[in-house]
Design a protein around this ligand. Sequence first.
Ligand code: AHR
Length: 355
Amino acid sequence: MSSTGLQGLERCQIAFFGTSGPKIKRFTKRGKRLMALKPMLLGLAMASAASILPAGAAQLTVGFSQIGSESGWRAAETTVSKSEAAKRTVNLKIADAQQKQENQIKAIRSFVAQGVDAIFLAPVVSSGWDAVLKEAKEAKIPVILLDRDIDPSGKDLYLTAVTSDSVHEGEVAGDWLAKTVGDKACNVVELQGTVGASVATNRKKGFDTAIAKHANIKLVRSQTGDFTRAKGKEVMESFIKAEAGGKSICAVYAHNDDMMVGAIQAMKEAGLKPGKDILTVSIDAVPDIFKAMVAGEANATVELTPNMAGPALDTLMAYKEKGTVPPKWIQTESKLYTSADDPQKAYDSKKGLGY
Ligand code: AHR
């Protein structure tokens, strides 16, 4: 969701959404199906449901089309989504799309065919969703976007989007760099996220806007690293080769921490000192970037909470139970962490969270 996309929309700023949602009624669709079963079959059906669901049984079934597992942040989002659903006795069905939009479209169609109560979608790219989301809308299945946005043409096809302001994240990264280098000339290389992903477009836009105010800071190279460590390392190696063995690079900006961890490795293998010879600023705040900060090899990161599902589930439950229509955008917090912010403590607080 870009800042510009906010115009005319209601904003709801949240840091942490409550974890326990209101209780909701059982849904008649499933209730009717159960009533039609003979008593013995009913007993069997209930026993088998009890074996896979926590006490109290699931009240809602939500299909989640997840992008894949390209980064530590993504792994944590999947883990946190499962635990947030379990806390609310929601039956969450996760479909891993392995980074492919076509798999996400298939998963959405399958969730519609199954008659789930809602669909959560983390859209790998921003375009190409209108047809399938229309099918969900016609089936009266609400869709909630998690962590990434879709093109404005699809605005009426989803209930709400739980995302950060990814333009702002880029601005925070750019402002930090400008403040850190002061008047010194600084050539920057950029590792972009997945081409066509809203967060990649927006994080670039925000950073470009922030550094445009400082004539001494120049973006000299920019290429996608697809949000992965391996690609981040590979692209950084090519940047180093093209920039006099890295000597003409003053800073790296990566759209996520995983690419930065790969880039740090590339710098070290080239005999450079990341965090000192070349400054680093990235996004996500995963434990490994704090480990790198403790070692003096990374400088700054902008936090993206992996808990998008908690707010989405609370919103969905309020919508289903009371008809509460949420704002079109539920914005999560973006906080800057630098090596001055006790990275060891940040690492300790995050390391067991599924990253
Ligand atoms: O959409 C959020 C981004 O997707 C995260 O910053 C990145 O790590 C992930 O792959």
